[in-house]
Each structure stands twice: as structure tokens, then as C-alpha cells.
Design a protein around this ligand. Structure first.
Ligand code: PEP
Ligand code: MN
Length: 340
């Protein structure tokens, strides 16, 4: 098996070209990353039958490495440095801490504007708000739909704040990506392979939420679907899983997943305590815990009047609580040596 080719420091352009051509001739794709020190060429495809010897003796080749993990491009072995994603100047990834906040659903322009202004003032860098809502009951509010796109566009321009919104189907990817700075794939769609492939073809960051019954390896394999198509801007989001106990919480926020993911992959990992707990009184403590286990950010549901929200009001926090949350997080973020 051959997955990564490390070139010598002295390797020439010609040497690199030769290796790439050989990879392509064998029916694989080549991924060339030029680091400060050396050039690494990744082989993309099913490499199980590919011998290391195929490349070892080519001029300029220093080492041929095989990666045993199924999720190759997502693995730390493939990419040692942390991936930092730049969203209109907002950096997401190791060393930074980003808060994405806003309502579960966009209900009106006023609601989004009011919320956006407030969360921005408190230090949130990205505004969330969904217009396509995947609800458990088809009779619940399913979002404003395409009409909501104009609201997102107007508010993002007015507030000069990047936005994140959910995309439900491959057909919507193009229109949503014209407006949204980050596309969210929700828990129910984590296994929607056609959607994963489609968002893999665009050049926009994707926030992939863990399916509520997915193993960590399944989560990483789904990220791999996106990466394989060429989009390397994937942000992972732990948002709670189903366990035997749903008496007190909506889900069990699996904070074990955070340090595991940070070890296994180079991708940014953020935590959503809103869906992870389903309780607004748990948002502050679980957010602090998320910072402490090494998360690169948070996704928080905030609503001007949570008791009147059209979705997820019971877990949304109001403005006062959001202000407190941001204040209380500060020392934790400092201890973790992250930049806000
Ligand atoms: C949401 O972020 O509002 C949402 C629907 O999240 P999830 O897919 O994690 O349930
Ligand atoms: Mn929600």
C-alpha cells in the first residue's frame, strides 16, 4: 500500500511531475502539498493493491508511506499540521476560538438583525440561522425556505459578518453557497453521501455535524467523502449523540469525541452544546467544558425571545445569557492559549 510520497529536499519540479504523472497513469489522483521544508504528494483512490515499490526508486523520492486508516485525507498521518480555515478573515482551527451564534431558524429580517447585532457586540464572529429546517415532525415550522436567502444576504452585508446556514439537499447547494460563507450539514444528513459529494465539489467551508448515532470513525469517513472531492475546508461539529438516557437531556454531548478527533484529524472541531444538551441551563457549563477539552469553537442558539421561537426555543439562550456566556468563557479560552 502506498499513500504518501515524501520528496527529498533537493527534489526538482521535474521529479515531482514524474511522480504525479505516474500516479495519474495508474488511475489515481495526486494531491501535491508544498510545505516550507519539503513536498508531500498524496495518492487519492483505493491504494490497497498499490505497492510502495512503484515509487520508491523514482528520482527525488525520499519515503513512501502507507496510511492504514480508511479516512486518509482526514487523518493526522496525511496532514500533520492543523488545518486553519479562513472565512473572510475569521480563522477557524487550532490556536483560535470562534463562536458562531444566532437563532435556530431565521424567522424574520428583524429577528436575525437584532440577534446578529447583539452576538457580534459580545464577540461572536459568525452568525448562524437556518432557512431550511429538517424537523422531526413535518407539521413543525420547516423554515422560510428560499425566501430566507435574501434576508441572510442583507444581514450579512449590513453587519459585515460571515454567516452559516444549513443545506438539506444537493439541489440547494449552488444557491445556498452563493450567499452563505459556511454550509452546514446537519446531523440527519451526515450520511447523505450524494450531498457530501456535492459539497465536496465547491470552494466553501463545510461544517459537518456528527450524526446522532454515528461512531467517530463513521463521522470521519463522512468528512472524507467531502475531502475526496477536493474541498479541504471541513469543520467537524460534535452536537450530541443518542444514549440510553434521554430523561434529563435531549442528547448526550460526547466531549470524549473532541480530544479524540483532535488527535485523529487535522480538521477544526467545534461543539454545539445547544443540540447536545437541549437545555439552556446547561449551555454555559458545557461550553466551558468544550473549551477545556480543546474545542476550536462553539455553535450556540440565541434568540431574542426564546419562549416565542419557532424552533428549539427550550435550548436557545436569550441575549443576557449569551453576554454572560461570553464573559464566563474568557478565562477558559485564555488558559487554553487560544486567540478569540
Ligand atoms: C441546527 O443546527 O439547528 C440543527 C438542526 O442541528 P442538528 O442537525 O445538529 O440537529
Ligand atoms: Mn436547532
Amino acid at each position: 500500500m502506498a499513500d504518501l510520497i515524501i520528496m527529498n529536499k533537493t527534489a526538482t519540479e521535474e521529479d515531482v511531475k514524474r511522480v504525479v504523472e505516474k500516479i495519474e497513469k495508474l488511475g489515481f489522483k495526486a494531491h501535491v502539498s508544498k510545505g516550507e521544508e519539503r513536498i508531500i504528494i498524496g495518492i487519492i483512490g483505493d491504494t490497497r493493491e498499490l505497492s510502495e515499490e512503484t515509487f520508491r526508486l523514482l528520482p527525488g523520492v525520499s519515503e513512501v508511506i502507507s496510511i492504514l486508516k480508511e479516512y486518509k485525507l482526514a487523518s493526522r498521518e496525511f496532514h500533520k499540521e492543523d488545518t486553519i480555515i479562513n472565512v473572510n478573515g475569521v480563522k477557524i482551527g487550532e490556536g483560535y476560538f470562534v463562536v458562531m451564534a444566532g437563532p435556530c431558524s431565521v424567522e424574520s429580517k428583524e429577528q436575525l438583525l437584532m440577534t446578529g447585532k447583539f452576538v457580534k457586540k459580545c464577540g461572536a464572529k459568525i452568525l448562524r440561522g437556518s432557512i431550511f429546517k429538517p424537523r422531526t415532525s413535518p407539521y413543525s415550522f420547516l423554515g422560510l425556505g428560499k425566501e430566507g436567502l435574501n434576508i441572510l444576504k442583507e444581514i450579512k452585508e449590513e453587519l459585515k459578518m460571515p454567516i452559516i446556514t444549513e443545506v438539506l439537499s444537493p439541489e440547494e447547494v449552488d444557491i445556498v453557497s452563493q450567499v452563505s460563507d459556511i454550509l452546514q450539514i446537519g446531523t440527519r444528513n451526515m450520511f447523505n453521501y450524494r450531498l457530501l459529494q456535492k459539497v465536496g465539489e465547491i470552494d466553501k467551508p463545510i461544517l459537518l455535524k456528527r450524526n446522532f448515532s454515528a461512531k467517530i470513525s463513521e463521522f470521519l469517513n463522512c468528512a472524507e467523502y467531502i475531502l475526496k472531492e477536493g474541498n479541504n475546508k471541513v469543520i467537524l461539529c460534535e452536537r450530541g449523540i443518542r444514549t440510553f438516557d434521554s430523561e434529563f437531556t435531549r442528547n448526550t454531548l460526547d466531549l470524549n469525541a473532541v480530544p479524540i478527533l483532535k488527535k485523529e484529524t487535522h480538521l477544526p472541531v467545534i461543539v454545539d452544546p445547544s443540540h447536545g444538551t437541549g437545555r439552556r441551563d446547561l449551555i454555559i457549563p458545557m461550553s466551558k467544558a468544550a473549551v477545556a477539552v480543546g474545542a476550536d469553537g462553539l455553535l450556540i442558539e440565541v434568540h431574542p425571545k426564546p419562549e416565542e421561537a419557532l424552533s428549539d426555543g427550550f435550548q436557545s439562550i436569550n441575549f443576557d445569557m449569551f453576554e454572560n456566556l461570553m464573559k464566563e468563557l474568557e478565562p477558559f479560552i485564555k488558559v487554553m492559549k487560544k486567540k478569540i
